[in-house]
Design a protein around this ligand. Structure first.
Ligand code: ADP
Length: 498
């Protein structure tokens, strides 16, 4: 393995993750190139990059997913590596292959690893030799309803029908009774066919009330692989995460080690290098089962960075250059506790319906142990074309309680108007007895949440809006006075960061 130093990275992504990757690249003295769609021309990731190229209209199929266009930009600008972020082309094996064929470094795993782990059935088969616990079920595609009925009877209801090519919670159906199986299977197959172009489904045991706990792994191209502990991601809506934390409130050191080693087994099974995440579901007795591997940097990677002190993007870049990992398993320690809430442009009062519009007010919180990864500024529109995530709010504390307290305060200090967000909902969760005690699972929303529980925040919002208006008015007065008195420039910064 020959080492190659990376001088210029193109980030094939947008929003907070593009900004996040460029932050580390800049700190490493690497030049950055942004690509952007017409909807994103004024975005922070475009401003931040050393060079930026418009690659097409707003719909991602005409811009962020245009492989050849992105590779052409790399050639024109002398780019030597591409960071794909998450989503878009990050788990596209054909893209990884094309990038390599054009002599550009793909900051991620091999095409083979992406391909195998991108298909849930192929992943189950590959992992089978490595002593990794699997959810009871079948490891092959099922087309025939009678066969599915036979399998379901053996493993016992409820069962889950899953799309092999699935992602984003699509193509999944829970079936409680045999008489519903035929219909649900047809639905899952047609959903899978239209969403992924592949109708293959399989059947597995539906674990009632599970927790979703995942392990961060990273490997180099010399065969070294380590795990960077777990992230608890059980607070979900529509099978998708909204609050994450590290470490999990319930894992014992023994269980952590067992899950970490199982994750290493999964990574080894496909010759993994780069950063990746092995997802497990965990039942009430703390038995854990392999779900899938995500072959990219995960949205929730900051909580792992906070507790380990490791910059995962920096490690990804080093590994892509062919360097060895800069630490061993024994050198990794958990320091304190970290939480992340995803600030989505969604209305938690309307079944988390995505919202669009302008960020009339956008003020981020600041303080000890508070980190905001975002990709928007005040006055910007949240486009309808992409994922509705505005930002990730992350806190770190010496223990779970401190991380929660810091998060509650940070949510209070996060001022957004013009658009509905998940901030109130996250505040509600973090104060809830089930969350505080650590006794929760993926059914939290179903079991503990009703929209009217957010009513108390409406009055607080009004108070906050008035306080903010007074602050801005006072500041404008002060500015006017200063300007008149000695024309001295105001040093006041309404936006706390930069
Ligand atoms: P996707 O790739 O579509 O996100 P996953 O396999 O990662 O699908 O599962 C997403 C979520 O669905 C998990 O976090 C968990 O909440 C739930 N889930 C998946 N498999 C099972 C199962 N066998 N039993 C219970 N819940 C499951």
């Amino acid at each position: 393995m020959t080492e190659k130093s990376i001088q210029k990275i193109l980030v094939a992504n947008r929003g907070e993750i593009a900004v996040r990757v460029m932050r580390t690249a800049k700190a490493m003295g690497i030049k950055t190139v942004a690509v952007y769609s017409e909807a994103d021309s004024g975005s922070p990731h475009v401003m931040m990059a050393d060079e930026a190229v418009n690659i097409g209209p707003a719909p991602s199929a005409q811009s962020y997913l245009k492989m050849d266009k992105i590779i052409e930009v790399c050639k024109d600008l002398g780019v030597d590596a591409i960071h794909p972020g998450y989503g878009f082309l990050s788990e596209n094996a054909a893209f990884a292959k094309k990038v390599a064929e054009n002599g550009i470094i793909f900051i991620g795993p091999s095409e083979h690893a992406i391909e195998v782990m991108g298909d849930k059935l192929a992943a189950k088969n590959t992992v089978a030799k490595y002593d990794v616990p699997m959810v009871p079920g079948v490891d092959h595609a099922v087309e025939d309803v009678e066969e599915a009925k036979k399998i379901a009877k053996e493993i016992g209801y409820p069962v889950l029908i899953k799309a092999s090519a699935g992602g984003g919670g699509k193509g999944m159906r829970v079936v409680d009774r045999e008489e519903d199986l035929g219909e649900q299977m047809q639905r899952a197959m047609s959903e899978a066919a239209s969403a992924f172009g592949n109708p293959a489904v399989f059947v597995e045991k539906f674990i009632t009330s599970p927790r979703h706990i995942e392990i961060q792994v990273i490997g180099d191209q010399h065969g070294n692989l380590v795990y960077l502990f777990e992230r608890e991601c059980s607070i979900q809506r529509r099978h998708q995460k909204v609050i994450e934390e590290a470490p999990s409130a319930i894992l014992t050191p023994e269980k952590r080690k067992a899950m970490g080693e199982a994750a290493i087994g999964v990574a080894k099974s496909c010759g993994y290098y780069g950063a990746g995440t092995v997802e497990f579901i965990v039942d009430e007795q703390l038995n854990f089962y392999f779900l899938e591997m995500n072959t990219r940097l995960q949205v929730e990677h900051p909580v792992t960075e906070e507790i380990t002190g490791i910059d995962l993007v920096k490690e990804q870049i080093r590994v892509a250059e062919g360097k060895k990992l800069s630490f061993t398993q024994d050198q990794l320690k958990i320091n304190g506790h970290s939480l992340e809430v995803r600030v989505y442009a969604e209305n938690p009062r309307e079944n988390f319906l995505p919202d669009t519009g302008m960020l009339n007010t956008y003020r981020i919180p600041k303080g000890e142990g508070v980190r905001v990864d975002d990709g928007f500024t005040e006055g910007m529109d949240i486009p309808i074309y992409y994922d509705p995530m505005i930002a990730k709010l992350v806190t770190h504390g010496k223990d779970r309680e401190e991380a929660i307290q810091r998060m509650l305060k940070a949510i209070d200090d996060y001022h957004i108007s013009g658009i509905n967000t998940t901030l109130d909902f996250c505040h509600f969760v973090l104060e809830h007895e089930a969350f505080v005690s650590g006794k929760f699972n993926t059914k939290f929303v179903e079991e503990h949440y009703k929209p009217e529980m957010l009513d108390k925040y409406d009055a607080e919002h009004e108070k906050m809006a008035i306080a903010l208006a007074v602050l801005v008015a006072t500041e404008e007065d002060r500015k006017a006075n200063n300007a008149n008195a000695n024309k001295e420039e105001s040093k006041w910064q309404l936006r706390a960061r930069d």
